[in-house]
Design a protein around this ligand. Sequence first.
Ligand code: MCA
Ligand code: AMP
Length: 530
Amino acid sequence: MNLTSHLGTPGSACNPGLDEADNANLFAALLAQFPTDTQRCAVQTDTGLHYSWQDLMDATAMVANLLESLDLPPSSRVAVQVEKSVEALVLYLATLRAGLVYLPLNTAYQSAEMAYFVADAQPAVVVCTARNFGWLSKLAFQSGTRYVFTLDDDRTGSLLERAAQCSRQHQVAVRKDEDLAAIIYTSGTTGRSKGAMLSHGNLRSNALVLKDYWDWRSDAQGGDVLIHALPIFHVHGLFVAIHGALINGSKMLWCAKFDPKSVLAQMAQATVFMGVPTMYVRLLAEAGLNRAAVRNLRLFVSGSAPMLLDTFVQWQERTGHAVLERYGMSETVMLTSNPCRLSDGERLGGTVGKPLPGVQLRIAGEGGGTLPPGEIGGIEVKGPNVFRGYWNMPDKTAQEFTADGFFKTGDVGTIAANGYLTIVGRSKDLIISGGYNVYPAEIEGYINAIEGVAESALVGVPDADFGEVGVAVVVPKPGTSLDSAALVARLKSTLANFKVPKRCYVVDELPRNAMGKVQKNVLRDRYAAR
Ligand code: MCA
Ligand code: AMP
């Protein structure tokens, strides 16, 4: 079974050679690296489906033709909230191919969260699951969306039905470096999510740098095979992993969900794995994880959240591999990386390595100015990978850049004399739980809106599985009593699951400093041990 047999119409395949040499469209760069033997397997799913490179070329052409037939204004957004599938990957690639702007949305987002994204981004097209079509199409049409299609992970839905009528011949849309390719929403310290605008140039330059720095192996060198077990609505799974494989013409072993046993079973066929630290922690809990199980792997990459040194050490002991930890953001894609080749240096646990080629990185002091090695300050970055600003937020964008064009990451770190960066904290009030970002201000806003709540504070506490989890500390209004379990249940019904505090404590008052500011550090210490 393959995708094109599902999509149907026969026709001659597109020819990568037809693309204009100066087309900066990211898709053209990926396509240019597809293997010449297009019948080889490009993606193999954990349910046993095989998609060839030809299938990807044909299917992306058909979906791109469908999108172009809608006659949308330039830079129209295609907002997508669907389960992970190869067809969802095709939709992403086809959106690039048609020169439109891809807007992926976490499947955990519920109606209030989706209403915000749709109203803010004003997508011309929304693609959702059949299950969500009723409520989501209603709110999308109210916001001016012109088309709503469905796409499910069993290869059904109106998107594929319509695409099946379209030609397999398609000329990749010509785009310039600065043209938008994607918008990634990232929550903010004010509680309002911001859409980070990433251009074709941002994404392509980063993919090319990583191809070289992580030493992706062509067929002649043995050919890399990537286990893809990450979600495809954030930077790690969508850009770092997918671009990495495609821009090297490498096969992907496609896991719909992260399941440690299934990932372990795939390792015999793979050479590269990418995951968030929680995935490594869960793999370490598998008795079958040993040197024999990973004998073909050459590279384990971790990022999106700090990996505990203990996890790094345990992984090395069990598998013989030093995990390569790297650091990035939605606004910048990848910024730093531990070395891949021994000739570039050692992989040092607890650090995120050195700035990638082309990335300028400095540690800024409180009053500005660059701090010397060993001192701790705000991490600021500049490079071809740094985004073009926040969607519809010019003032916010301006605030986040320095006068000389460096982006203020909000992360706090220090560079050692050997050039390796260690992230020591964040100046932004952010909790990273299992690789997902949770902004306390957003969650506190939802808690404070619950009747009987006077005020609240969300803090992150250490967690063996997710690294860090949110716990809420809530003060009731005078004369009201609140039930912790009911509060959590209430939040579960409105918020994406990973944002729901794992525990809720009802207290008489929040600790404050002399300025009246809530002392979150006191709360963190108080609830960490519980
Ligand atoms: C699931 N839950 C979570 C999380 N995931 N709670 C907190 N944090 C989470 N990350 C909730 C579930 O809803 C459930 O709640 C309970 O926790 C247990 O879920 P479980 O079944 O164990 O979770 P899972 O479905 O197995 O997911 C765990 C996961 C997943 C596989 C680690 O969180 C994941 O895929 N994380 C990767 C995120 C990612 O790709 N981040 C990259 C962002 P209940 O029992 O109440 O229903 S891109 C980025 O950060 C940048 C740029 C970068 O550098 O990469
Ligand atoms: P996001 O905006 O969702 O892409 O999350 C980006 C944030 O994740 C960064 O600003 C960092 O705080 C954090 N992050 C990413 N990779 C790492 C890492 N390897 N170690 C520590 N924090 C990381």
